[in-house]
Design a protein around this ligand. Structure first.
Ligand SMILES: [Zn+2]
Length: 114
């Protein structure tokens, strides 16, 4: 009987630990995303005043900001541990580039360029 109680106690403690850890990861992830969101909006203000022409589909307008890497890998790395997830997320945030808002093509040029 005593052994069984110990086991239940152990499971409950482990569950508590896992929940606490996931919450911590979630908070950390939200914080990084929030900071990047603010940074992105700042860069939007400077870059996106100019209208861009897409060389792929000919769309004229404000470009979107895109990130290198992919979300699936990012989530996978976060599940593997906090450190690789943080590193990969920060790397993605550093590698922002502009894409066409219509076709997501990368070959866009400013409208006033020859
Ligand atoms: Zn396009």
């Amino acid at each position: 009987m005593q052994n069984q109680l110990d086991w239940v106690d152990f499971v409950l403690r482990s569950l508590n630990f896992i929940i606490l850890l996931s919450l911590l990861v979630l908070v950390l992830y939200a914080l990084i995303k929030l900071i990047s969101h603010i940074r992105k909006r700042k860069s939007l203000r400077g870059l996106h005043l100019a209208r861009m022409v897409c060389k792929t589909c000919g769309h004229i307008g404000q470009p979107d900001i895109s990130m290198r890497g992919n979300l699936a890998l990012e989530i996978l790395l976060w599940l593997c541990g906090i450190v690789p997830g943080v590193v990969y997320t920060l790397w993605r945030e550093q590698n922002l580039f502009e894409v066409c808002s219509m076709c997501r093509g990368k070959s866009i040029i400013p409208m006033d360029s020859p």
